[in-house]
Design a protein around this ligand. Sequence first.
Ligand SMILES: CC(C)N1CCN(Cc2ccc(Cn3ccc4ccc(-c5n[nH]c(N)c5C#N)cc43)cc2)CC1
Length: 244
Amino acid sequence: MRIDIITIFPEFFSVLDVSLVGKARQSGLIDLRVHNLRDHTHDRHHTVDDTPYGGGAGMVMKPEPWGDAIDAILTDVHPLTEPTEQTDATDAAPLLIFPSPAGELFTQAMARELAEEPNLIFGCGRYEGIDQRVFDHYAEAGRVRLVSLGDYVLNGGEVAVMAMIEAVGRLIPGVVGNPESLVEESHEDGLLEYPSYTKPAAWRGLEVPPVLRSGNHGAVAAWRREQQLERTARVRPDLLPPAN
Ligand SMILES: CC(C)N1CCN(Cc2ccc(Cn3ccc4ccc(-c5n[nH]c(N)c5C#N)cc43)cc2)CC1
C-alpha cells in the first residue's frame, strides 16, 4: 500500500518511522510519503491560507496549493487504468481522505475498507479548514471521503491521520506479527474486548479470575464472551447488537 500525506507540519509524522508502521515502511509493506503543502506555494511567504468569503473568524486554506500538491501525487501514483468490465476508472483512482469535524465517523469497519485500498492520500487541514472546492473538484474525478475521529474539536487533521494510519496499517497483512491478534480485538466483532490478565496469579491482593487458569478452553471462551457483553452494555450500549 502506498500512503501519501499532505500537511504543513511534515515533522509531525516523523514518529511513523518507529513501531509497527516504521517496520512496515522499512520492509516495503507500506510506502509512506509525507509532502509539505508549502512546497506547492509560489509566493515569498509560502501562503496557504486567507480570510473566509462571507466573513467569520479565522482563516481558510487556499485551494491552489492543495490542487498543485494533489495533482503532483496523482501524476506520480500509477496512471488511471483503462476501465474494464470488472473495474472502472474510479476503482483505480487513489482514495482522498480529509479529516474534518464534519466528516463521517471513523470506525473499525472503515479501517478495514481503507486497508483494501492500494493508494491512500490523506490531506491534513489546519486553520478553519480547507476551501470546499478542493473536495468538490476531486470528488468529480475520483473518490473523496471526509472523515472525523469523533465528536470533539482538534486543531487540525494530523492527529486524525496518525490514528487512521495506525488503525489501517495494522490490518495490512504482514504488518502485525501474529494475525491471530487481529481477530479477537475490540470492535472486530462489534463488541468491546474482554479484560486481559498475565502473571503473576496474584498481585496486590488481586487474583486472576480462576476460570482463566482452569485449562477449560470452552469455559474460558464463554467467560470472555460474557465479559465482552457486560462491558459493552455498561460502557457502550450503542454497540450492542439489536435484541432479536
Ligand atoms: C463558526 C465558525 C467560526 N466555526 C469555526 C470552527 N468550525 C469547526 C472547526 C473546528 C476546528 C477546526 C480545526 N481543523 C482544521 C482542519 C481539521 C481537520 C480535522 C479536525 C477535527 N476536529 N475534530 C475531529 N474529530 C477532527 C477530525 N478528524 C479539525 C480541523 C476546523 C473547523 C465550526 C465553525
